[in-house]
Design a protein around this ligand. Structure first.
Ligand SMILES: C[S@@+](CC[C@H](N)C(=O)[O-])C[C@H]1O[C@@H](n2cnc3c(N)ncnc32)[C@H](O)[C@@H]1O
Length: 270
C-alpha cells in the first residue's frame, strides 16, 4: 500500500531533508482566518499527518502549544530529531481517531496530508475536538516549477512532464485528489462556513540536485522504483541530465522555483 512508504525510516529521512516546510504565507493566511472566525486565545493547534514536522513547527509562534500527529512512527522519530520550538511536540496517531477532549482545540491543520485521510471519519473527529468557531485548514501544493529558463532548447516543464507521463501507470486516487486541487476534500468538509484560498504562489531558491531528490522522495516515484528499479533509476537520471544540459548548469547550481499552494479553510458553527 502506498501509505506504507511513510513507515519506512529511509523514506521518512528523505522527507525530512527534501520536502518543503510550510511557507509563512500559508501559515499567515490560516492564522488570520482563525483570528477572523474565532479570535484569541490561541491555545492549542494540532497538525495531522505532520510527517517530520515541516508543517508543524511554523505554527509555534502563534499558539501556546502545537502538537503534530502522524500514523508513521518513522516520521514522528524524524520530527523529534529536528531542534524545534519548546511548545511543539509530536505523537503517533490516526487522523480518524484523534485522542483529544471534545471542544479542546482551536485549530486543526493538515499540510500535504488530507488526501490520505478517510475524510468522513476525519471530519467527525474535527467536529468533535474543535472549540465552537474553531477552524480547520487543509492545504497542499503542486510540483515546484523551474523559473527563468523558458528560452532553453527544451522547456524544463516539458522534461518534468515527461517524467510524470512515465509515472502515470503508478498514479493512485490519492494523486488524483492532489492534481484536482482538493475538490473532493472540499466537498467532504461538513462545516457550511468553508472557503478555498487559491493562487498562493511562493518562490524559493534551491540547487537542481534538491529538485531531483524532491522528485525521488515522492510516493509516486518510490512506487515506480519498487516495481521497476532499473528503469526508475534510469528515468530520474535522464530527467536530471536533460535539465542540466538544456539549462547549462551543474546539479549544485542554485536556481529559482515557483510553487503553487491551495488551502481549504472552514470554521465550526458556534
Ligand atoms: C506527504 S506527508 C506530509 C508531511 C508534512 N505534513 C508536510 O507538510 O510535508 C503525509 C503524511 O501524512 C501521514 N498520514 C497519512 N495518512 C494518515 C492518517 N490517516 N492519519 C495520520 N497520519 C497520516 C503520513 O504518514 C505522512 O507522514
Amino acid at each position: 500500500m502506498a501509505l506504507d512508504f511513510f513507515k519506512v525510516q529511509d523514506h521518512a529521512a528523505r522527507y525530512r531533508k527534501y520536502r518543503l516546510s510550510s511557507p509563512n504565507e500559508v501559515q499567515g493566511l490560516i492564522v488570520s482566518y482563525l483570528q477572523r472566525k474565532k479570535g484569541e486565545p490561541f491555545s492549542l493547534a494540532v497538525d495531522i499527518g505532520c510527517g517530520s514536522g515541516q508543517s508543524t513547527r511554523g505554527m509555534a509562534p502563534y499558539f501556546e502549544k502545537v502538537i503534530g500527529i502522524d500514523v508513521s512512527e518513522a516520521q514522528i522519530e524524524e520530527a523529534k530529531k529536528v531542534d524545534g520550538p519548546d511548545n511543539v511536540s509530536y505523537r503517533w496517531g490516526f487522523a480518524e481517531e484523534l485522542e483529544f477532549e471534545d471542544g479542546s482545540i482551536d485549530l486543526v491543520t493538515a499540510g500535504a496530508a488530507a488526501h490520505w485521510f478517510d475524510m468522513e471519519k476525519f471530519m467527525k473527529e474535527v467536529e468533535r475536538i474543535l472549540k465552537p468557531k474553531g477552524c480547520v485548514a487543509l492545504y497542499c501544493y503542486e510540483v515546484p516549477c523551474l523559473l527563468n529558463y523558458d528560452n532553453c532548447t527544451e522547456h524544463p516543464a516539458q522534461i518534468v512532464q515527461d517524467l510524470f507521463t512515465i509515472l502515470k501507470p503508478y498514479e493512485t486516487k490519492v494523486n488524483k485528489i492532489v492534481w484536482d486541487e482538493y475538490k473532493q476534500v472540499f466537498d467532504a468538509i461538513t462545516f457550511p462556513d468553508k472557503e478555498r484560498a487559491e493562487d498562493i504562489y511562493i518562490k524559493l531558491k534551491k540547487p537542481v540536485s534538491w529538485f531531483i531528490s524532491y522528485l525521488r522522495s515522492s510516493v509516486l516515484y518510490q512506487t515506480y522504483l519498487k516495481n521497476d528499479p532499473e528503469n526508475a533509476k534510469a528515468s530520474l537520471e535522464k530527467t536530471e541530465q536533460r535539465l542540466l544540459n538544456t539549462m547549462g548548469v551543474s546539479s549544485e547550481t542554485v536556481v529559482e522555483f515557483g510553487v503553487k499552494y491551495f488551502c481549504l479553510l472552514a470554521s465550526k458553527p458556534e
